[in-house]
Design a protein around this ligand. Structure first.
Ligand SMILES: C[S@@+](CC[C@H](N)C(=O)[O-])C[C@H]1O[C@@H](n2cnc3c(N)ncnc32)[C@H](O)[C@@H]1O
Length: 194
């Protein structure tokens, strides 16, 4: 995995006791990174008390995700198959709503940030490719905000450089939240050697 694609999860300071949701998860590179953080003390016999729900709406990609996650043999992951914007309300054993400490919202996008390694993206690029994804990206991120605990953290990311797909989505979320959500400046631990 490229180091830059590890940044969103690295910003979240994921702990073994966290409830984590990965909203757009396949093929699972960020999901795997989350699991590694949650299972950091597994070899000392400590099974994480938290859990991770990895969601992917596309059935084929969901199967790829499930296959990739199987390799981790993890006791704390579940794979689901919803559209991110429609992830249902869930309840805990005590009937309280299930909300998440950490959410990864790595949305489907135009992919124009990957042109360096995939030149075909440039051949097919036009302004609409990014602009037309704004509503979907916003709807997925909105659902994420609703599923977040107070004091929780959500990383919004895409592999696009288009401000409509990035800054505009975040700006709209901030405006709608009327001060309930804030941009957080994390201290990212070095990714070198990971
Ligand atoms: C950028 S990729 C995710 C990459 C993944 N997070 C990783 O690091 O390996 C975006 C994913 O979002 C999925 N997707 C498409 N529409 C979606 C929706 N409405 N809700 C959630 N995910 C969606 C795509 O099928 C794709 O697998």
């Amino acid at each position: 995995m490229e180091q830059v694609s590890m940044v969103p999860v690295a910003c979240l300071d994921i702990q073994p006791n966290h409830a984590v949701l990965d909203m757009c998860a396949s093929p699972g590179s960020k999901t795997g990174q989350v699991l590694e953080a949650m299972q950091i003390r597994l070899f000392q016999g400590e099974i994480p008390s938290g859990f991770l729900i990895a969601n992917e709406p596309d059935l084929k990609r969901c199967k790829v995700l499930a296959g990739n996650m199987k390799l981790f043999s993890s006791p704390c992951i579940m794979v689901t198959n919803f559209r991110g914007e429609d992830i249902p309300d869930m309840k805990q054993g005590d009937g309280q709503p299930l909300l998440f400490d950490r959410i990864i919202c790595d949305v489907p996008c135009s992919g124009d940030g990957t042109i360096r390694k995939n030149p075909n993206v440039w051949n097919n690029w036009n302004p609409a490719r990014g602009n037309e994804r704004f509503s979907l990206q916003l709807n997925i991120a909105r659902r994420g905000v609703h599923l977040l605990k107070e004091e929780g953290l959500m990383a919004y990311s895409s592999c696009s450089m288009n401000q409509i797909e990035n800054e505009a989505v975040v700006a709209q979320l901030l405006e709608e939240s009327e001060g309930l959500i804030h941009i957080f400046s994390p201290k990212v631990r070095s990714l070198a050697g990971s």
